[in-house]
Design a binder for this molecule. Sequence first.
Ligand SMILES: Cc1cc2nc3c(=O)[nH]c(=O)nc-3n(C[C@H](O)[C@H](O)[C@H](O)COP(=O)(O)O)c2cc1C
Length: 188
Amino acid sequence: MELAEVVRGRRTFRKFTSEPVSREVLERVIELGFWAPSAGDARSHVFAVVGGEKRNEIQEIVRGAIDDVRRLVEKEFAANRPLVEEIVDFYVDFGSAPVLILAYAGKFVDGEDDVASVSAAIQNVLLGAYEEGLGTAWAGRTSMCSAEISAAVGIADRTLVGILPIGYPRVLPGPRAQKEGDVRWLGL
Ligand SMILES: Cc1cc2nc3c(=O)[nH]c(=O)nc-3n(C[C@H](O)[C@H](O)[C@H](O)COP(=O)(O)O)c2cc1C
């Protein structure tokens, strides 16, 4: 696929089949995350790739916080009731995705979180997954239980920026209308 085709074709997938994703494919996709630009070329972000019982443990933690997730999503998408339900359902079981990639921010030398670099890396992973025929999403609303999740995966000193459920898509999203981007041309 051409790069532009991958960029325009990538979507948020919220439902997955139970087909396992091979370690080899996961490694190929995740490796792309370390080719993204990163501040100071530090590449200090961390991806935890979680399947099996540990994946289910994380799901249970998020389920335990589902009322808080709902409150947050309802506020964010007040005007779009069906989307609220879709997103909350997604948090209940991560769309049955067999694997979760937990993306943790690296640190700047002063100890601040480098959220920008991990975000660039996440985008590479999302695009790479799409090119492999996989679906992903970026579940970024888990701050209410991220301490518990991080304890479960043994990552104590990092900020969880997103959970990326990954698997083979079961339901394809509808077409996305492209929004007019706010681009301001100056001096050209
Ligand atoms: C920082 C960030 C956080 C997001 N958090 C969530 C989330 O918590 N739950 C969810 O279902 N989608 C989440 N998304 C996905 C967006 O809802 C999605 O990208 C947007 O609706 C556009 O759809 P598309 O990705 O199919 O183009 C997030 C995306 C980003 C970039």
